[in-house]
Design a protein around this ligand. Structure first.
Ligand SMILES: Nc1ncnc2c1ncn2[C@@H]1O[C@H](COP(=O)(O)OP(=O)(O)OP(=O)(O)O)[C@@H](O)[C@H]1O
Length: 303
């Protein structure tokens, strides 16, 4: 479990992280989101003692990272997949890490197999593609079979098979009771992977809630209706609080009424329904709404 309390980090005049508090609970995948420059990496670096907080504190299972006797066996970290000794083979890189912690050599072979690196294990890590480097970084994080995992953009550069593997792997790790903190800019992937989300914007916590609650709260629900008598349904449903948008071909999107209400309204008028589907927005919709005015590096709209 990771507990951050009032974490603050300034770099000169730049306030990178401001009074950030959160808990990363065991048994869950906690997604860490935010626009570029929001402070995610700085927060992760403070968790593992690579940056010292200007004020506030953070602990892993009740202790600061620097006081952990055997960090690899307590917390697995993937922060920068390129941070390997480029002249060493993957297996030697992992063996040298294992040796510092008295981790048995057979565990190195295990993590190489788990991460699918067997065929390149004896190749120089410096020649690895981004995706292979990510797999090696994940292998290193797993080496000590830690109870907490911190993975910064682990799917960056992975092919679809690798992305799916990371998803299954982190879900499995959480199901075994591990605490997993995962950052990614891929919203669709995060929606499939995370249970809980912490969203940062300009160094502050914008949201800290279950994923489903965030999507529910920050997107509009609507009901997709299809009927050969769509116009009559639209006229019957529209009111001060219910808006109806016609999509053509008998399709309507109705906001402000439930599927049950629309179904009953249609039944009462003997209007046939060929489709009645409640829809919610996506995590991407919710995220863009939540972070809309927190984006530091605004892009120009493409026309
Ligand atoms: N060593 C540093 N010196 C000065 N400013 C820094 C330093 N590290 C980070 N910053 C600044 O702090 C802010 C937060 O950066 P951070 O890398 O933590 O954001 P992030 O959320 O991880 O962004 P990204 O999604 O782009 O990786 C940014 O404005 C960044 O420029």
């Amino acid at each position: 479990m990771i507990v951050a309390e009032h974490l603050t980090k300034r770099f000169g005049q730049k306030q990178a992280v401001s009074d950030v508090s959160f808990t990363v609970a065991p048994g869950k995948v906690t997604g860490f989101l935010g626009p570029n420059g929001a402070g995610k990496s700085t927060t992760m670096r403070m968790i593992v003692g690579l940056d010292r907080p200007t004020s506030g504190s953070v602990s892993i299972d009740g202790r600061s990272y620097s006081s952990l006797r055997s960090p690899l066996t307590e917390v697995g970290v993937l922060l920068d997949a390129k941070a390997v000794h480029t002249g060493r083979s993957a297996v030697n890189h992992l063996r040298s890490m294992a040796a510092t912690h008295g981790i048995r050599r057979s565990r190195v072979d295990e993590v190489i197999e788990i991460t699918g690196l067997t065929s390149v294990a004896r190749k120089r890590a410096g020649g690895f593609s981004l995706g292979m480097g990510q797999r090696l970084g994940i292998a290193a994080a797993l080496l000590g079979d830690p109870h907490t995992l911190i993975l910064d953009e682990p799917v960056n550069g992975l092919d679809p098979e690798g992305v799916m593997w990371v998803r299954r792997f982190v879900r499995h790790a959480a199901s075994e009771g591990r605490a997993v903190l995962l950052s990614s800019h891929l919203m669709s992937e995060m929606a499939l992977t995370a249970d809980h989300l912490i969203i940062l914007g300009r160094g502050r916590v914008l949201a800290d809630a279950p994923l489903a609650d965030i999507v529910e709260q920050w997107t509009t629900k609507s009901v997709r209706v299809r009927s050969p008598r769509a116009r009559e349904i639209a006229e019957a449903a529209a009111s001060d609080t219910v808006s109806v948008t016609s999509r053509g071909n008998g399709y309507l999107d109705i906001n402000g009424a439930t599927a049950a209400e629309i179904g009953e309204l249609a039944a009462a008028r003997s209007l046939p329904l060929h489709e009645l589907t409640p829809t919610t927005g996506t995590l991407e919709d919710a995220y863009l709404k939540l972070t809309g005015d927190q984006v530091e590096y605004k892009t120009k709209e493409v026309r």
